[in-house]
Design a binder for this molecule. Sequence first.
Ligand SMILES: [Zn+2]
Length: 69
Amino acid sequence: MALAVVLIRGTQQKTDLGLNLTLANACPKCGTPLPAVRVPKNFRQALWGGWTCAKCGVELDKWGRPRSD
Ligand SMILES: [Zn+2]
């Protein structure tokens, strides 16, 4: 059950280990609607989710927040 605890905690705290059940639908920076099908552009996106905005190029995590790292 440790894994479940990690997932629940990650979801509450919005970490990479969380499960995002309410996907953001627009880029928080430029407002461009995000595609329903998100093709990962790098290994991290494939692993953790997230995407890169096609218009402004900002990289977002699966919570729709710009990645700062
Ligand atoms: Zn954008």
